[in-house]
Design a protein around this ligand. Sequence first.
Ligand code: AMP
Length: 428
Amino acid sequence: MNPSFQNIQGTFDVLPDSYTADGNRIESSSAWRDVEGGIREVMRRFNIREIRTPVIEPTELIARSVGQASDIVTKEMFAFSRGDTNYVLRPEVTASVMRSYLQHHLDQKGGCQRLFYVGPCFRAERPQKGRYRQFHQFGVEIIGSDDARADSETIFSMIEVYRTIGLRKFKLRINSLGDIESRSRYRAALRTYFQPHVSILSETSRNRLESNPLRILDTKIEEERALLVDAPVLMDYIDDSSRDHFEDVKKQLQSLEIEFEVDLMLVRGLDYYSRTTFELDSPLLGAQSALAGGGRYDGLATEIGAKKDVPAVGFAAGMERLMLALAAEQIEFSDDRSVSVFFVGVGEQASDWVVRHAGEVRRKGVSAAFDLKGRSMKAQMKEANRLNAERVVIIGDDELEKGSVPVRDMNTGEQVQIDMKHLISHLT
Ligand code: AMP
């Protein structure tokens, strides 16, 4: 077969078995289910409940929340319009969760909202290992509390997902961005600092100097990195209340025995962050090492139309990166290929018998399979092996006549003869 169509570059199919495409290992659908199951299990433990929002959102929502100057909005949105409405395939989910929170007045439900999501996101980035155009994120948003315990709770739930699923090697870095005013003071300080060095700066950084100088701190260019050594650090500009808040967050993390490192250069790209910011990296992922990132975004609600600030904190994590990291740590995923009973039927009558009996076994809740292509006994046995069948029932004209069938235990190789009358109860 010569297929006319291929999946769009930067997207991938998840198949029942894992495979490799463009040098990337794509895990099986059962591995995805396992990982999602792990996430849900941890969320249950933390009493964090699921929210599902549409994958299309108004473009304006994303532009306002993620920030006009961000890479996502300037370069990476899959946006389109129909009539007078502009749509975007969501590049992340926090904006949608906050939109939904405000739209459904979830603030009136009492307490704060503890929400998680799992689902696809879309960014028109250059595809490479660990970076796709359709990828999947899971994340947590705790909305309605400015307490440092909401921050540590968010970080703890994130770490627990990785730990529960089995990942061992990751590193947490945290920082504080202060409030909006402290960031604007810091921006001014950065502009003053970089101004005399403008000739060394790349064009991108020169543009960022105007639009968002904090982004220059993310630079990978050697000469620019050298400049950063003496650059002002944000921590010297943050307000007292944010500083106290940060101290509190650190205390909470310590009391939960969560290891972290304070990284004064961690600023993260999105505009809506304030105060706490954090990132989780894997040492095994090469260039795309970020497993997850997040922080506090107290100003997002007003950015998208709320009358007053709504304190909130959250993280977003990449599922593909998590799966790559698990594979790098050689953690085995389960396989759902196996079947409990395989029926080998030879001859037309036997085939009908197989359909009926496999049906009965399945109705009793036990998995069963049989050949659908009229193949030879040898080919059917091979199929039973491929499916890791625990037991195989072999039936032909002779067995039908005798009223008893051999049942072979595929692990021990032992074979017993079972009276047809007792077969179903024997198998189920
Ligand atoms: P961000 O919203 O950019 O902080 O992304 C949060 C997490 O999503 C990152 O830490 C990555 O694990 C993952 N991620 C972001 N962009 C992509 C992408 N294009 N492909 C795969 N994973 C991604």
